[in-house]
Design a protein around this ligand. Structure first.
Ligand code: ADP
Length: 391
């Protein structure tokens, strides 16, 4: 629904074929702080809609003329997406049923009481403003996602080609000039190769992150226990690190690749950053009322509390690349995927003792945008309760 006014006086179009009623009600509304334009017919109303772009329409249901109030409201909703409140002298069931089809934002029964009208107008304007802001945010988010996606593909293509060339040249230098290079020279050539590989990995991971989009993907019932087992095999952790599944994981309807990415990043990090001679990583799951709550717990180095939110940001890495750190994309990807499913992700950790990463997945998948936003809000609330922090 459109809502254009930000700070100015809200603009209201009052449509009623009774001229006296229009004058008196318009005066009252002006006193209440609204800008009011009036129309005595459907034709006038539609003209004003085109030129004045009001924020809200007050519509007499039984408007006289070629089109009645309900038809005019229907036209306004479809052409201008503006909120309509009906004014009706009738509480007749048939009219109310007809009017309901046009999804009005309220009914006021005549004679109109100004206080009641103001309350209805304020509620509708507030709703229209919030909806409009949400739509704008969603649109901007979609644009940003699209830009990131396009950018990632261009970068991938344009950067990978010269990188491939650099890698091949360094291989040739290392091979053909092996005798001519000093030990330092050989070390530098080796460093170039390593950095090129890191760049390759960075590009692939950016692509992976940017491909997580909020669109319908192939979904199937996935046994998450089996999925974690195959991710564990793929990670191929060193012998001193064990990964165990603590309890049965559910069969969940999802895109297998996406949820595998989540576990792969969490388990991969737990292995990568393990600093204990006997590394223990445990995957668990608890059934909550609306969510499955998963955990990946390790006895690794732990993370300082001040970094709990930071680690989920894109490109934020606490360990520099030359000290074994990565690209800082893994946890951002996890967050993106989990939130796409209407869940939430967070961590608990104690320095020196280990970390537990938690994430939730809703039991029933949200279908509409509103349901998804509501699910994410609930998941965040749940997460903050689990964490014991206020939201
Ligand atoms: P990357 O591992 O590529 O740097 P991530 O987004 O996966 O990026 O992780 C961000 C940072 O969070 C890492 O640099 C690391 O410092 C920290 N981190 C992630 N997982 C763990 C873990 N299990 N134990 C300790 N530190 C971790």
């Amino acid at each position: 629904m459109k809502y254009s006014q930000q700070n100015a006086r809200p603009k209201i179009l009052l449509v009623d074929d009774e001229a006296d009623f229009c004058v008196i009600t318009a005066l009252g509304l002006k006193k209440l702080g609204y800008d009011v334009v009036t129309a005595l017919s459907a034709c006038d109303a539609l003209n004003i809609m085109r030129t004045n772009r009001p924020d809200l329409v007050l519509m007499d249901v039984s408007l006289e003329g070629q089109f009645d109030g309900i038809q005019t409201a229907e036209q306004i909703r479809s052409d201008f997406d503006t909120a309509v409140i009906y004014l009706t002298g009738h509480t007749d069931d048939f009219i109310v049923r007809q009017a309901k089809i046009t999804e009005p934002f309220g009914y006021i029964v005549k004679p109109v009481e100004l206080g009641e009208l103001k309350a209805a107008i304020e509620v509708v304007l507030y709703k229209a403003k919030t909806e409009s802001e949400l739509k704008n945010l969603n649109r901007r988010l979609e644009e940003a996602n699209q830009k990131l996606h396009d950018f990632a593909h261009v970068v991938s293509h344009d950067l990978k080609t010269p990188l491939r060339g650099i890698r091949r040249l360094t291989e040739w230098i290392a091979k053909d000039c092996a005798n001519k290079l000093t030990p330092d020279g050989r070390k530098h050539v080796q460093q170039i190769t390593e950095r090129v590989d890191r760049m390759y990995s960075l590009i692939d991971r950016i692509l992976e992150y940017s491909s997580v989009e909020d669109k319908d993907e192939d979904k199937s019932m996935v046994d998450l226990g089996e999925l974690v087992n195959s991710v564990t095999e793929m990670i191929n952790s060193p012998e001193n690190v064990t990964i165990t599944i603590e309890n049965q994981l559910p069969v969940y309807e999802c895109n297998e690749t996406r949820i595998a990415q989540v576990f792969q990043n969490l388990l991969g990090n737990a292995v990568k950053y393990m600093d204990k001679p006997q590394g223990r990583i445990r995957v668990g799951c608890v059934e909550e009322e609306f969510f499955w709550k998963f955990s990946v717990k390790d006895n690794g180095p732990g993370i300082e509390k001040k970094h709990f939110d930071k680690v989920f940001e894109l490109f934020k890495t606490l360990v520099p690349p030359d000290k074994g750190g990565g690209t800082g994309i893994g946890l951002a990807t996890v967050k993106r995927i989990v939130e796409m499913y209407g869940g939430s992700v967070w961590l608990e950790s104690e320095l020196g003792k280990g970390s537990t990463f938690f994430f939730t997945l809703p039991k029933r998948e949200a279908t509409s945008e509103n349901e998804k936003s509501a699910a994410t809000a609930t998941a965040r609330k749940q997460a903050s309760i689990f964490r014991g922090t206020a939201i």
